[in-house]
Each structure stands twice: as C-alpha cells, then as structure tokens.
Design a protein around this ligand. Structure first.
Ligand SMILES: [Zn+2]
Length: 271
C-alpha cells in the first residue's frame, strides 16, 4: 500500500513535467528597461488585448528549434533577448518589434512550402530589429515625438500605447522602403547561412509569388512587384560571398519539408 502510494506520488510530478515540456508555450515579455522594450511591451499588450497572442499551441514546438538556432546566431547583434510568439491573424505574416519580440502568424506555418522559406522569413524579421528599422521609421514619421524617441527617458504609457497602435498599423500595411527590405533580406540571409538553414529559402518564397495575383500575395511580400529587385540583391550578395553561400543548393526541389502539426488547438492569452 505504502509503495503504491509512493509510486503515484512520483508519477504525478513526472507527468506534469512532461506536459510542460511538450505543450508549446508563449514566452514571457521582457521587462521594460528602455524605449525599445517599452514600445515592444506596448505592442505586446495591444496584441494581447485583441486576443491575438497564442499562449499555448503545438506550433511552438515547431517554432522553437528554428527560433533557437536563429537566436544563437543573431543574439550578439542585439542587446535585448529575442522572443518568438505565435499570433492569430487573418493573413500569413511575421513581424518584429523593438525590444526583441518576433511575432509569427499561425497561418504562416501552413503557408510556407519548406523549412528554408519559414526560417528565411524569421531571419528577415530579426534583421529588421537588429537594424532598428521600426525605431527609425517611427522617428521619421512621428516628428512630434522626435524629442521623446532617442532620449534616455521612457515615453510614458500614453505615448507608448499610441505609438504601439501606429506600429501595429504599419506592420499591416506597406511599412518599409524597398532598400530597407533588401537590407533585412541580406542580413537575414547571413543569419540563416550561419544557422545552417539554406538562405535560398527567401528567394524561393519571392520567386513563387513574383507573378501571382496581387490579392493573393501575403503581407510579408507586400512590396510586390519589387520582389525581383529583392531577389537580384540577394543573388548578388550570394555571388559576392562564395565562401559563405556557395555550399547552399539553389534548387527549391532540394528544400527540407516543413513538418507542422495539423488541426491543433490553440489557446489564446487573455488580458
Ligand atoms: Zn521586412
């Protein structure tokens, strides 16, 4: 009887431990220490208030190894930890905010054709953060806030919230210039190459949609028809750095299949 009791007592914590490892869970946001983490948290809170952040989903188990590989390579180039969240939105997309948060729309997992296209998209987004593109764009657009942005002081809840709403709007429209996008493609390809993910993934993604109907093009390729320029810039970068890129196969038929759990339940983070 006693030994039976002991066995049960042991089994419960083991089961709990296994469950917490197996069910993919959203990370916790970084505490606010400066304007970038402040804006990052304000965007996080807006998305959470809209019920868009997925708290638990097996998609996190698919995301984690790719996100970890990218983080190992890219983290030294940015001073806040990268954190990857699954979000639920109508269109396949990924976007990054100041402070290190990267958001991956659930439908993107099912939209991409292979691991390289998925990794390439994440590498591209992490590069926007490394380049501080969102901060630069806010500085450009919000002339009124120029004094606040870039100063050491925090923005305060109302300004941070207002800018966060603006930033979410930007992420849903054509936010960056072609040059800014190309720069993120190039840095992203360097990061992907360093992780071992074939950096041709982004080229394959652009190629597929170059001639597609504009309405069917996902948000992350929204600057269509400029994709050709982005493809050419990437190919030139690959040619100019053969020691890094020549080992990767340019043929999409050599891509790695992307295994994603089908029809899995998502549980949303509620405010
Ligand atoms: Zn971009």
């Amino acid at each position: 009887m006693r030994s039976h009791y002991l066995r049960r007592a042991c089994a419960i914590p083991i089961l709990l431990a296994v469950a917490s490892v197996c069910s993919g869970q959203a990370p916790l946001p970084e505490p606010v220490t400066d304007q970038e983490t402040e804006l990052g948290l304000a965007v996080y809170n807006e998305l959470k208030a809209k019920g868009e952040i997925v708290e638990t989903s097996p998609l996190y188990d698919t995301l984690r190894p790719i996100a970890d590989a990218i983080t190992r390579v890219a983290q030294s180039r940015y001073d806040h930890p990268f954190k990857f969240f699954v979000v639920h939105e109508p269109k396949p997309n990924a976007f990054a905010t100041p402070g290190g948060n990267v958001y991956v729309v659930d439908s993107l997992f099912y939209f991409v054709k292979n691991s390289e296209q998925f990794a390439g998209t994440l590498c591209h987004e992490v590069s926007h953060t490394i380049h501080r593109d969102a901060m630069e764009r806010l500085k450009e657009e919000q002339k009124i806030q120029l004094r606040e942005i870039g100063a050491a002081l925090l923005l305060g809840p109302s300004i941070a919230e207002m800018l966060a709403i603006k930033m979410i709007g930007d992420m849903h429209s054509l936010a960056y210039s072609r040059d800014v996008e190309s720069r993120a493609d190039v840095t992203g390809s360097d990061i992907c190459a360093a992780t071992g993910y074939n950096p041709w993934g982004l080229v394959w993604l652009f190629d597929e949609f170059q001639n597609a109907d504009t309405k069917k093009i996902p948000q992350l390729l929204s600057d269509h028809p400029a994709n050709n320029t982005r493809i050419e810039t990437l190919k030139e970068h690959f040619r100019e750095n053969p020691t890094v890129f020549s080992k990767f196969d340019s043929r999409p038929e050599k891509a790695t299949p992307f295994a994603v759990p089908k029809n899995e339940a998502e549980h949303f983070l509620r405010p």
